[in-house]
Design a protein around this ligand. Structure first.
Ligand SMILES: [Zn+2]
Ligand SMILES: [Zn+2]
Ligand SMILES: [Zn+2]
Length: 269
């Protein structure tokens, strides 16, 4: 599978005439609390008539402006509907994220960051892996780069590391346990992540019962080996690789499935 296919798209996004601006809000300022009408009014008041706006799943606000003057005004925005802006940049200037593997667990990441060559590293974070329901540190490290295009490799001293595209873990609702949305927008019933029953997590009548809400198997909803989870991971991969919406990616996975092409998870090493 072509995981690097969206790099060309990213390159296109950082062109000067890109009228899209991405706004990240300060901690505790949730733009989802504002309401769509109030948000529309607030944006119009601050920037004038814009092309469109969208709240992304990670809580950032995407604004598409009508002209460069409006975009430059948007780039200086301090607050939206009294929600304080933490950071605002052109859509294509948020950098890229890549993963390198084989970093020993004892390695100090702060020190490592200083010596990495091959890209401008702005953040380092060790990834965790789910082993039998327990989250443990892995030898994979997530690198945030300032650049728009992910480097093929980075050097740490004499050692060379292949950089692969980061695929964020799939989102699972902690109310109904289904994949693809968060509890805040959930229309489903409360389900237990342990036994799948209609109650809060762990308030089970049978303490030992494990039944997955998604596939019916004898494991918790979070289990990494769950076939439904595996499919959700595939959807994430395809979203990242082909820059698709969640719904488009689900369709694409269904299509691939019919054609018999199952794929693995590039983050899981
Ligand atoms: Zn839900
Ligand atoms: Zn339960
Ligand atoms: Zn399952």
């Amino acid at each position: 599978m072509k995981l690097r296919g969206n790099r060309a798209v990213r390159r296109k996004m950082c062109q000067e005439d890109d009228l899209r601006v991405l706004v990240k809000f300060k901690e505790g300022s949730d733009i989802n609390d504002v309401g769509l009408c109030a948000l529309t009014y607030g944006l119009k008041k601050a920037l004038g008539d814009i092309e469109m706006a969208k709240i992304l799943r990670d809580g950032r606000l995407l604004i598409k402006c009508k002209n460069i003057g409006q975009r430059d005004k948007a780039l200086k925005i301090q607050s939206v509907c009294k929600k304080e802006v933490g950071e605002v940049r052109k859509f294509g200037e948020w950098g890229t994220k890549g993963v390198i593997s084989g970093i020993p667990l004892g390695e100090k990441l702060v020190e490592l960051r200083k010596v990495i060559k091959g890209g401008t590293v702005v953040s380092v974070k060790r990834l965790q892996a789910n082993r039998n329901g327990e989250k443990l540190d892995s030898t994979s490290v997530l690198l945030g780069f300032k650049e728009q295009v992910l480097p093929e490799r980075v050097m740490i001293g004499y050692m060379s590391f292949y950089v692969r595209e980061y695929v964020p873990p799939p989102i699972r609702c902690n109310k109904c346990q289904r994949y693809g949305h968060i509890a805040k927008v959930c229309k489903g019933k409360q389900r237990c992540g342990k036994c799948g029953g209609e109650h809060e997590y762990g308030k089970c009548s049978d303490r030992d019962e494990r039944k997955c809400r998604n596939c019916g198997g004898d494991h918790t909803a979070a289990y990494g080996g769950c076939p439904v989870r595996k499919r959700a991971v595939e959807v994430q991969q395809i979203r990242t690789a082909r820059n698709l919406s969640y719904a488009e990616a689900v369709k694409s996975v269904e299509r691939d499935r019919k054609e018999g092409g199952a794929k693995g998870n590039p983050n899981a090493r």
